[in-house]
Write a protein that binds this ligand. Structure first.
Ligand code: DUC
Ligand code: ZN
Ligand code: ZN
Length: 461
């Protein structure tokens, strides 16, 4: 029997091509991609009429993360089941070095959270909340262990925010060791003043979260981050870019030939400040940072996705239930920041991006699998379908109707920001390393079956 499994007759889609072929899988890998492979007793999955996509990669999730006096609703088990059911077979989550901890302690804590629970393959970036002078060498060992990217915050003073000098030292270090600095760009100092003034004026509703985090504060921080990276001669990756004027900064930098990259997230493509006007406390569902932007802003992001000003669509999945959001019932600044999104990314991008004519199917694959794999040291093991790649794939039915409701999803959050949105196109079967892990919207894999990925160093995409 030449293959353990054959994915038969589907349209294979990569970042650059689309063609009808069978995929022969042996063990955990893709062995052959060619028409009319002999079945000879292999298990056969009929993919006629479907696309066969590389398993998607989400390089921005927060699972089992403490935030704002509570902890995310999803841990590594529920979060990765949710990811898998939406066609995502790799997550790169953010481990945190809290103040007073060494980078190693932060990372070890996240390994413990994921081991035996993660249901898809996973890697870690490490968030640094402090980097005392002279401690940079502690990062060398981590890169050797496959943690080849770090995250710093320019927002949340006193909690996560790192000062410019420390960010600059990190950028110099990452350049030396071939790692990538990812960065949350919002001017935390200015935002904290605006929040204080709003609270003093008695403005306590969820919408004030957005009104105190202006797009200009994102654009300013984005420009500053890029300038620091330019001086350090290091690449930089802006996470969850939301505002058109922040995108302007990335575009200008790239036009100047700098290694400045950025991702956006579905919430900034499909939602807007209008969502904060929903009745009662419903607006809290959309309290995340950066906040949702004015209607019309999303068109600039779509253009950026088409023209490669933006390289990745990730989710910033950071899920809370409504009773957790209620911590900020009387004060928007106490609402835990974040929303679920791991499972809905491909549904939304396929329906609202590809079918709506905003991006091509190949570009969807590029943005959700190939580019993130290349930049975060996973390519070509992950992120494409080629001989020798891990057999992580999604048999995607482009005509299947799906109604997004929280009931139909698998996150432990008790809402989805996209409740009631009807989409066309859905995963039929999802494979990880040659094993079926999702069938018809049910997880059928093994709890804890996900493996830690030692990622390679940064390569420009
Ligand atoms: N933004 C969020 O919305 N949640 C967690 C952290 C972040 O940067
Ligand atoms: Zn962030
Ligand atoms: Zn985040």
């Amino acid at each position: 029997m030449p293959y353990d499994m054959i994915i038969q007759g589907g349209t294979v889609v990569t970042a650059s091509d689309r063609f009808v072929a069978d995929i022969g899988i042996k063990g955990e890998r893709v062995e052959t991609i060619a028409p009319n492979l002999p079945a000879d007793g292999s298990q056969v999955i009929d993919a006629k009429g479907c696309y066969v996509l590389p398993g998607a990669i989400d390089v921005h999730s927060h699972l089992d993360m403490p935030f704002g006096g509570t902890s995310t609703a999803d841990d590594f088990e529920s979060g990765t089941i949710s990811a898998a059911c939406g066609g995502t077979t790799t997550v790169v989550d953010f481990a945190i070095q809290f103040k007073g901890q060494s980078p190693r302690q932060g990372l070890d804590a996240w390994h413990k959270k994921a081991e035996g629970k993660a249901c898809v393959d996973y890697g870690f970036h490490l968030i640094l909340t402090e980097l005392p002078e002279g401690s940079e060498s502690q990062l060398d060992g981590l890169v050797d262990e496959g943690v080849s990217s770090f995250k710093v915050f320019m927002a949340y003073p006193g909690v996560f925010m790192l000062d410019d000098a420390s960010i600059f030292r990190l950028l110099r270090k990452t350049r030396e060791v071939g790692a990538l600095t990812t960065i949350h760009c919002e001017n935390g100092g200015a935002i904290d003043v605006l929040v204080k003034l709003a609270r003093e004026a008695g403005e306590r509703a969820p919408k004030y979260h957005a009104l105190t985090r202006p797009a200009r504060a994102e654009a300013e921080a984005t420009a500053r981050a890029i300038a620091l990276a330019e001086i350090a001669k290091a690449p930089i990756y802006v996470v969850h870019l939301s505002a058109a004027e922040a995108l302007d900064q990335v575009r200008v930098a790239r036009d100047r030939g700098l290694a400045a990259y950025a991702e956006t997230c579905p919430q900034y493509l499909f939602l807007s400040t209008r969502n904060y006007e929903e009745p009662g406390f419903e607006g809290s569902k959309y309290v995340m940072s950066p906040p949702l932007r004015e209607p019309g802003n999303e068109e600039f992001l779509w253009k950026g996705l088409r023209t490669d000003e933006l390289q990745v669509v990730s989710t910033d999945h950071c899920s809370f239930c409504m009773n957790q959001k209620a911590l900020g019932k009387d004060d928007f600044s106490k609402i835990p920041n974040g929303a679920p999104g791991l499972e809905t990314r491909l549904y939304l991008l396929h329906d609202g991006g590809v079918r709506a004519g905003r991006i091509s199917l190949e570009r969807m694959v590029d943005l959700t699998a190939t580019k993130p794999a290349k930049m975060f040291g996973l390519y070509p093991k992950k992120g494409t379908l080629s001989v020798g790649s891990d057999a992580d794939l999604v048999v995607w039915d482009p005509e299947k109707k799906f109604l997004i409701t929280n009931k139909a999803l698998h996150s432990k959050a008790d809402y989805t920001p996209y409740e009631g949105r009807a989409v066309t196109g859905a995963p039929r079967t999802v494979l990880q390393r040659g094993q079926v892990i999702v069938k018809d919207n049910s997880f059928v894999g093994k709890i804890g079956g996900g493996r830690f990925l030692r990622r390679g160093t940064f390569k420009s995409p």
